[in-house]
Ligand binder design. Structure first.
Ligand code: ADP
Ligand code: MG
Ligand code: ZN
Length: 473
């Protein structure tokens, strides 16, 4: 093989975070419910039941379209995609075919500081099928399978990229960036399991000649995207090296084994017998397009953070990858933008993460109070860290903890008194120091730091102790 290029196109299925399903009033909060309790004639596909489009889902689709710079169709319609599978009670999925709501968009990604733009072919609305529960774990080992229709009819947005993605790492960047944008738009619950699923199309082009592609279905995580694609790229390259052909097929990624396996021959478009969903009238979008507004997006916000607050690329990036963290930082930033970034990125986020908490669990105003104390030199760095830990452990305010535990800096009087006490109570150390043992001073400094709860400034303590000891000598 002379010149082999990896060609990847992604189909990303995103559950839109609406209260009710795409075409009926059933609640989408089914994660903790018994199977088949969030159902009605519509999402069970019973004869005569009629679908009604969820307005919120349309609004969210328009939001995503705007964020991805798509052209948004003024008139859009739904189609039936016909296939038989037990999780699909109607034997068709309502989706969008030749008039998707969003087309021709763009997504900026960067991998190792190289930026590029990936085309978005379309982003259309559809419904999720139900889910199959294989008793005993995997499909191969289970003795029977149950069907749960709670998920049936949950709104999905399928975002389809152009085959512009050139490596598994770029694919990861696409998924991560989409995740970030969706989270900023508030249309997606990033913490919900299975809320984002990826189908990856992969081919190897040799000397610019297009190769046969396979489609790896249903990859559930960002890590999975990279692993599945690395495996599939290597498999195809090996196949070609041996002089074999790549078969056009649908493959399944087995996360446990880290391999992709043949699932079925790829279904062709004609197999799906698409036709208009006549139960849903054409949908005019102009009202939504006019009214829907989108917030500042992660890339813009990163740029602004670097300019406005003088942050490094790394800090800006850590502070903006989640909207809630960026909002939190901005409530603290005006104390001192550098100091605030350091305390949020280096200390708070780590301590929160360690305790499985998020910035949403703490009060920005209160944290700002702590950063103000550090900025004014009224709390030492070490004590501020202690305050953060104690506050998160005890679910108590940061400033409150500082006050309650006396973590504030000792004033001059307190420091002097603590130094005098240390000298009085440690005659041996004093003698050692006076007979030339400098180590003894460190011991005395330690005593003072302990007595002031770490609140004294070590340099000042050193100085005061030397003066006091001179008096002794
Ligand atoms: P289908 O209708 O068969 O699903 P599409 O042409 O709509 O195929 O494309 C589906 C996905 O496959 C898109 O994400 C697209 O970018 C990707 N794709 C198209 N051609 C290739 C290729 N040669 N190699 C890899 N992916 C491709
Ligand atoms: Mg699809
Ligand atoms: Zn329903």
């Amino acid at each position: 093989m002379t010149d082999a290029d990896v060609v990847i196109g992604l189909e990303v299925h995103v559950q839109l975070d609406t209260d009710s399903k795409m075409f009926c009033g059933c609640s989408t909060e089914y994660d903790d419910s018994p199977p088949n309790t969030h159902t009605c004639p519509t999402c069970l596909g019973l004869p005569g039941a009629l679908p009604v489009v969820n307005e919120r889902a349309v609004e969210y689709a328009v939001k995503v379209g705007k964020a991805l710079d798509c052209s948004i169709a003024e008139d859009t319609a739904f189609h039936r995609k016909n296939y038989f599978y037990p999780d699909l009670p109607k034997n068709f999925q309502i989706t969008q075919y030749d008039s998707p709501i969003n087309e021709d968009g763009e997504l900026e990604i960067s991998v190792e500081d190289e930026s590029k733009s990936v085309g978005i072919r379309r982003a259309h609305m559809e419904e999720d099928p139900g889910s199959l529960v294989h008793k005993g774990g995997s499909i191969e080992r289970s003795s029977y399978t149950l069907v749960d229709y709670n998920r049936s009819g949950t709104p999905l947005l399928e975002i389809v990229t152009e085959p512009d993605v050139e490596s598994p790492e770029e694919a990861r960047a696409v998924v991560d960036k989409l995740r970030e944008i969706l989270e900023y738009l508030g249309v997606f619950d990033a913490d919900r399991g299975g809320a984002l699923r990826v189908d990856a199309n992969v081919s190897i082009s040799v000397d610019d000649e297009e190769g046969t592609r396979t489609e790896v279905k249903n990859i559930g995580s960002t890590k999975g995207v990279v692993k599945a694609l690395r495996y599939e790229v290597t498999r195809q390259k090996n196949q070609l090296k041996r002089g074999g052909d790549v078969q056009q097929e649908t493959r399944h990624y087995d996360d446990d084994r880290g391999v992709t396996v043949t699932l079925r021959e790829k279904a062709e478009e004609k197999d799906y017998r698409y036709f208009r969903e006549a139960d849903i009238p054409p949908l005019e979008t102009s009202e939504y397009v006019e009214e829907v507004e989108i917030p500042e997006l992660p890339d813009e916000r990163r740029r602004r953070f670097r300019e406005e607050y003088g942050l490094s690329r790394e800090e800006a990036s850590k502070l903006t990858s989640k909207k809630a963290v960026a909002d939190f930082y901005e409530e603290v930033a005006d104390v001192d933008s550098d100091l605030a970034a350091t305390w949020v990125v280096d200390e708070l986020l780590g301590e929160l993460n360690y305790r499985d908490m998020t910035v949403e669990d703490v009060d920005a105003e209160d944290f700002r109070g702590l950063v103000e104390l550090v900025d004014a030199g009224e709390v030492t760095d070490a004590n501020a860290v202690e305050a953060i830990r104690a506050s998160l452990d005890g679910r108590q305010g940061f400033v409150e903890v500082v006050e309650e535990r006396g973590l504030g800096v000792a004033d001059e009087g307190e420091t002097l008194e603590a130094c005098r006490t240390a000298v009085e109570e440690n005659p041996d150390a004093v003698d050692d120091y006076l007979s030339g043992d400098d180590e003894a001073l460190n011991y005395l400094v330690g005593q003072v730091m302990q007595a002031t709860g770490g609140g004294a400034d070590p340099a000042t303590v050193n100085e005061v102790l030397r003066e006091e000891l001179e008096g002794e000598g």
